[in-house]
Ligand binder design. Sequence first.
Ligand SMILES: [Mg+2]
Length: 413
Amino acid sequence: MYTNANCMAASERKVENEKCLTDSVEETNEVQTVKASSSIEHTTYSYATRDTSSVSDFKVSCNPASAEEKHWLDRRNQILASLYGQCVGDAIGLLSEFMNRQEAKYHYGLHAELEYHHKYDDFHRSRWAVGDWTDDSDHMILIMDSLTENNGLVLKTDFAQKMVNWMKHGFQDIGDLGGMGIGATTLHTLRHKDFIEYPHKVAEEVWIFGKKDVAPNGGVMRTSILGIHDWWDTDEVVRNALEICKTTHRDPRCQASAVSVCVAISLMLQQKHYTNGEYNIPDLINSVYKYAKKCLDSRNKKKSLKSYLECKDLSELDLDEAHSLGYTYKCLGAGFWALKQTNFRDALQQIVMHAGDADTNGAVAGALLGCKLGHFEKIPNTWLSNLKHKVWLDDKIEKYFEILKRRYLLKKC
Ligand SMILES: [Mg+2]
């Protein structure tokens, strides 16, 4: 996302955002407390079938226990940590996107704590306002919007339509003039005349045109929301991740990347491999690998996937290598490296200083580590409160939560 309108002075923006964050948290807690304390004995929900050609409402009598309400509130904070983590990781990653490590060190090496306003405004970075996130989180938000507007259904053609609209106009309600930062593979698919009607077919054509050898990170960078959606059903999470990934990115490595991130988030939300307040990350990764390897057809390809999932040293990824910085497994490796860390700021700053496609690496890393840390308060307050469009984002998240919560309570019936 980018804007050139409605820009307020930095000090005004900071004050307003901090106020809104506080208001949002307090109001949300208040509302949720009221909802939790008022027992919903028999609620009638309207629910749509997966087949959109015959979206039909039917009545479900539900008696969700208060324990489910409490569990929802716990998961809600964890989900916020993942969604905010993605946007914050994207926004702070912009500081060094497309730099190499030497350049990142030159521009930012003296700052013990990086902030958005440290952004070095060369031509590339000057197109985004301080505290703005980029296309990675824009696309995640497009998926979230699609889920909200379609009652939780995952519809590839609706997402395709939203992507094309975004490419042409961006998010007009916050002053965008068009989508920006779009990758080559995504651009080729979106420009195809049949894309909106047949996105999977078009994405496969683009993949074949690239000799089946191009596996960029455009599919994995936006996928975190699909690990959140219907998180309690891992098989459904995998289906949804693949459905949306394949609208633009057909390569099996792109699919394995999207499945890995989504399954990791869904398993953490299910509190799998979680004892005494901590996740067993090696066990979690083993479970993720069992799902993701199904996208791949050879032992060597599966071995490669596992090595990136198990990355313990960010330097090994060589994230700023010019010819491969957009490779999906580099982003995946950075994300799963972050999953093994314990401090959000430290982890994301290391990703910034390793440069390369740092906003995309930061988006995936932020989503995974935010989810693991379990609460949005683990994200540095200056990063969260100074997100340029946080108030706008909060409104979208709340609308999506109405759908997600209803589906969550409904599945217990
Ligand atoms: Mg980007």
